[in-house]
Design a protein around this ligand. Structure first.
Ligand code: 5GP
Ligand code: ZN
Length: 135
């Protein structure tokens, strides 16, 4: 069983921020900033590629609910990052889908994610032909 399934089963203790029958939100054991939270489905899905519409839409409603609540309750919070890592290459260390809620403060000392501009490697016309989805 994965570490988050053990937390969901109550085999490993956690600080629970929110719980319903489908979703659990806990404080990350390693607080990147004060209030760093992990929101996960109670069912074991490894990545975004494994999740069904119903589970993920409910999960993101909970992410929004917690985010709004933190805006009210966390003193000094001036911004918030949402982060979800899928697969090892992308930094996923626990193979159970989760969204990081990372409250931001003026003096939080957290390094911002920097996006290098690699547009020189991209043929936009070819790329859009390949990936465009009709809504
Ligand atoms: P990932 O790197 O997969 O996106 O994030 C995994 C997160 O889970 C890390 O930030 C790590 O600190 C957190 N984590 C790992 N094990 C535990 C645990 O046993 N309890 C809690 N609360 N968080 C954990
Ligand atoms: Zn799991």
């Amino acid at each position: 069983m994965c570490v988050f399934c053990k937390i969901i089963q109550g085999e490993i203790p956690s600080y629970k921020v929110y719980e319903d029958d489908k979703v659990l939100a806990i404080l990350d054991i390693s607080q990147a900033t004060i209030g760093h939270t992990l929101v996960m489905p109670k069912t074991h899905h490894e990545t975004i590629f494994d999740l069904d519409d119903e589970t993920i839409s409910h999960l993101y409603k909970v992410v929004r609910k917690i985010s709004s609540s933190y805006q009210e309750k966390l003193n000094g919070m001036v911004g918030l990052n949402l982060l979800n890592n899928n697969k090892e290459k992308a930094g996923q260390t626990v193979p159970h889908y989760h969204v990081h809620i990372i409250p931001r403060y003026d003096d939080d000392n957290l390094k911002d994610i920097e996006f290098t501009n690699n547009s020189k490697d991209v043929d936009f016309n070819e790329l859009i032909k390949t990936i465009k989805i009709n809504g």
